[in-house]
Design a protein around this ligand. Structure first.
Ligand code: NAD
Length: 169
């Protein structure tokens, strides 16, 4: 069975990693879609699609997780065409895993099997909360995999968030 997981991964955090491990306990293969791939260098979307692919790849390598393919997919203006648009970018798959109610609804309406994800530590394992902490200079490194901490340090992720918030990048 081949599964699909869509996310913005701004940034990739420990909740995402736990979900991937759970999915791979049920599926043989996993396709990860890095969504909103056209966005970068914005307060809500600080990291480029290539940077997000790199974070995910490094975190999975660190955990010796195989059987995962990663694809970048831009958003489109029409939600109802979104499942078909995703399917044009990725190999065939059997089931979509998501905790996002819009994604669940759209893929169900497109005839795909959808399995709901239960959020883990949702207040902390949250892209919004991690970005807020990075901008505020609060502790966030315990919320993302170690490989992502190292990568964000290499690309100056914390500094970028502060500049974006001030409008100086
Ligand atoms: P996300 O990075 O917030 O989450 C990715 C997945 O991980 C989701 O299924 C989410 O439920 C799960 N997750 C997040 N935190 C978790 C936690 N603490 N514990 C367990 N699981 C957790 O991404 P998202 O917002 O779900 O991404 C949806 C993507 O689909 C976006 O890029 C969005 O733009 C795209 N989209 C586009 C269109 C369009 O273009 N018309 C329509 C619908 C969705």
């Amino acid at each position: 069975m081949r599964a699909l997981l869509i996310g913005r991964f701004q940034p990739f955090h420990k909740g995402h990693l736990a979900v991937i491990k759970k999915i791979l306990g049920e599926a043989d293969e996993l396709i990860i879609v890095v969504g909103s791939s056209q966005h970068r260098d914005a307060v809500e979307n600080p990291f480029s699609a290539d940077e997000r692919c790199e974070m995910i790849g490094r975190a999975l390598e660190d955990e010796n997780i195989s059987g995962v393919q990663i694809f970048k997919v831009p958003d489109i203006g029409d939600d109802y065409r979104y499942p078909g648009h995703v399917m044009e970018h990725v190999p065939s798959f059997d089931v979509v895993y998501s905790g996002n109610s819009l994604v669940q609804r759209l893929f169900s309406a497109a005839g795909k099997e959808v399995r709901k994800i239960n959020l883990i530590k949702r207040k902390e394992y949250s892209g919004t909360e991690i970005r807020r902490r990075m901008t505020a200079g609060e502790k966030w490194t315990h919320l993302v995999p170690e490989a992502v901490v190292k990568y964000l340090d290499e690309i100056g992720g914390g500094g970028r968030m502060k500049k974006l918030e001030k409008g100086t990048k």
